[in-house]
Design a protein around this ligand. Structure first.
Ligand code: HEC
Length: 172
């Protein structure tokens, strides 16, 4: 049963890829081509077929609470980028510190969640809070130094922690 479904699934993936390539050919649209290339990359990685992330079990309430926090993390990133674009550096730093940084740990019940996490996952979480607090400092420096680049680099340290945790873990 297993041996049969996997090749069939791969066949379906290949079909979709071929169809996407035909469509891309027909349209001659460079942006379509880019999208197509990205799709190919996705279907070529094992991750698209086999989900190798570690499953972490949270009590249901905590899982719902954590996912709501996650959505706020993403919103916070968007607000930070918006503030940076407007050169509102202090505001960008405040959002980061309050919603993602060390200050946010209490707010998010990090201690309670932390006890259900594998060590490595908790370490990435802690690093996310630390890097967000470092970004907050870099953002307020940006106002003084009139140079946003160090703050942008510090912000990418934050998003790297999001990526690291998401590629390693999922909750159930
Ligand atoms: C310590 C681990 C960890 C870190 C750090 C982390 N996340 Fe997550 N996040 C998760 C897990 C686990 C899920 C659930 C994934 C799953 O079960 O498929 C998740 C899910 C999400 C979701 C989907 C929420 C939903 O409603 O399904 C968003 C959006 C998200 N994270 C954004 C972020 C952003 C933005 C950051 C960084 C600022 C971040 N996360 C940092 C672990 C983390």
């Amino acid at each position: 049963m297993k041996e049969k479904t996997i090749p069939t699934f791969l066949g379906a993936v290949a079909m979709v890829a071929v169809m996407a390539s035909v469509q891309a050919e027909q349209k001659h649209d460079p942006s379509m081509h880019m999208q197509h290339m990205q799709e190919m990359q996705h279907t070529n990685t094992d991750a698209a077929v086999v989900d190798s992330r570690t499953i972490v079990h949270f009590p249901n309430d905590l899982r719902i609470h954590t996912l709501a926090n996650m959505r706020d993390h993403l919103l916070a990133l968007s607000e930070i980028q918006d503030a940076l674009a407007r050169e509102q550096f202090e505001k960008a730093g405040e959002i980061a510190e309050k919603r993602l940084g060390m200050t946010s740990m209490e707010l998010h019940g990090a201690h309670e969640v932390g006890q259900y996490m594998p060590k490595e996952m908790a370490a990435i979480g802690t690093e996310m809070h630390r890097s967000a607090s470092r970004f907050a400092v870099a953002a307020s420096d940006a106002a003084v130094a009139d140079d946003v680049k160090p703050a942008l680099a510090a912000l990418s340290d934050v998003t790297r922690q999001c990526v690291a945790c998401h590629s390693g873990f999922r909750v159930q």
